[in-house]
Design a protein around this ligand. Structure first.
Ligand code: NAD
Length: 414
């Protein structure tokens, strides 16, 4: 049976609420998504036939500010997944201290099945359908799996055409030409790199000897290979949906990037031996970085994972059952809501720049990102040590406590 991410998200919230002795009323509010919009997205395909896709936009919580969260295009999406991702965004924004609540959206579609014109039509129609929920003061979408900066530009244009003037601050992760931020495209990967550095330091592990395996070679996993190489780590394995490649002496970031540009996949790269995705998760390495889908590390494979540290770049890659096994086995899991928050942090910078119409250079973006990520790591570690809980519980406790404080301070309307 496929693990349900919403159940996992609720069980994490319940665990944090117990540690915090959270008021039952506040706990109940946080167990619910504030609003859920389901939309039908019809487009005319190239063959002239109209096809209707299902999409959603979910707002989990707005106590700390407008909603923020990605848009995912994936054929297996379901509402419970969107709800879980929205809740995780709420905690993530609170952990890094940026003034947003959590949202998520998406469409049940494989974008690779669409032509560019169809993809644009789907995106514009989806944006038009969720228009009542989005806006720079309401909810600011961003890229996620299956979406990219071009799709963000189409959403920005659709919104702008509807209101009658240009509104760059309605989405983040846009191209630079329409108000994007320098440093945004690699921000999630860069944030993971800062967190990896902080974790290795805390664990007394030398960066130079650290062997890393990365599942997923997309917007997050792709730039991470070179960034970790720059940090001094040895990336021994990478994979994507088509399979993976392993070399115990290290893979060349440049070699893989060039091969991926040509072949459209990392599978088949000649710089290492071919492995399956399942093999990547249990490969001999020090740090495992899942950067693809949720529910990848489960009770089926957790016993066989050989990494000492797991840094979650993807959202929700570890099931609660696997989490228990990792804790028993002494494997440190640095949770998604901390490790992958670099993307939303630079999205926040992008929004700030758009609202001010004043843009920063890349060093400024990266420096500010480093400060926020390192502080968030210290804050989560502090809670973990004080409450004697694992990092995921500590991160959730920190996120939930900040959201609960905002909720309580504002009071319950009416
Ligand atoms: P993407 O679509 O750019 O890339 C996804 C990658 O995962 C691709 O390489 C794909 O081939 C691979 N993949 C898909 N199915 C797989 C499978 N079964 N096994 C192995 N690999 C598989 O998506 P992304 O933006 O890189 O997002 C990846 C993860 O990171 C998601 O969980 C997303 O929610 C999370 N995330 C993304 C951002 C962001 O800024 N893009 C920020 C925070 C978290």
């Amino acid at each position: 049976m496929t693990p349900n991410p919403w159940k996992a998200a609720l069980s994490q919230l319940d665990g944090a609420a117990a540690k915090l002795n959270l008021d039952p009323g506040v706990h109940d509010v946080l167990r619910h998504c504030k609003r859920i919009l389901t939309v039908a997205v019809p487009i005319r395909r190239e063959d002239g036939i109209t096809h209707v896709y299902t999409g959603w936009r979910v707002h989990h919580n707005t106590s700390r500010g407008p909603c923020k969260g990605g848009v995912r295009y994936h054929p297996d999406m379901h509402l419970d997944e969107v709800k879980a991702l929205a809740m995780w965004m709420t905690w993530k924004c609170a952990i890094v201290g940026i003034p947003y609540g959590g949202a998520k959206g998406g469409v049940v579609v494989d974008p690779k099945d669409l032509t560019r014109r169809e993809l644009e039509a789907l995106t514009r129609r989806y944006a038009a359908e969720i228009l009542p929920l989005i806006g720079p003061e309401r909810d600011i979408p961003a890229p996620d799996m299956g979406t990219d900066e071009q799709i963000m530009a189409w959403i920005m244009d659709t919104y702008s055409m509807n209101v009658g003037y240009s509104v760059p601050g309605v989405v983040t992760g846009k191209p630079l030409a329409v108000g994007g931020s320098r440093g945004r495209s690699a921000a999630t990967a860069r944030g993971v790199m800062y967190v990896t550095g902080a974790t290795l330091k805390h664990r007394g592990m030398s960066v130079e000897d650290t062997r890393v395996a990365i599942q997923g070679y997309g917007k997050v996993g792709g730039p991470m290979v070179a960034l970790l190489e720059d940090l001094g780590c040895v990336v021994v394995a990478v994979s994507d949906v088509n399979g993976g490649v392993y070399n115990p002496r290290g893979l060349s970031a440049r070699g893989i990037a060039e091969y991926r540009t040509q072949a459209g996949t990392v599978a088949g790269f000649s710089g290492g031996e071919t492995i399956s995705n399942e093999e990547l998760l249990t490969i001999d390495c020090d740090v495992l970085i899942p950067a693809a889908l949720e529910s990848q590390l489960t009770e089926e494979n957790a016993e066989r994972v050989r990494a000492k540290v797991i840094i979650e770049a993807a959202n929700g890659p570890t099931t609660p059952e696997a989490d228990e096994i990792f804790e028993e086995r002494g494997i440190l899991v640095v949770p998604d809501i901390l490790a992958s928050s670099g993307g939303v942090t630079v999205s926040y910078f992008e929004w700030v720049q758009d609202l001010q119409a004043y843009f920063w250079d890349e060093d400024e973006v990266n420096d500010k990102l480093r400060t926020i990520m390192e502080q968030a790591y210290v804050d989560v570690l502090g809670v973990a040590e004080e409450k004697k809980v694992r990092m995921r519980t500590a991160a959730t406790v920190l996120g939930v406590s900040r959201v609960a404080e905002a909720h309580t301070t504002r009071g319950l309307f009416p």
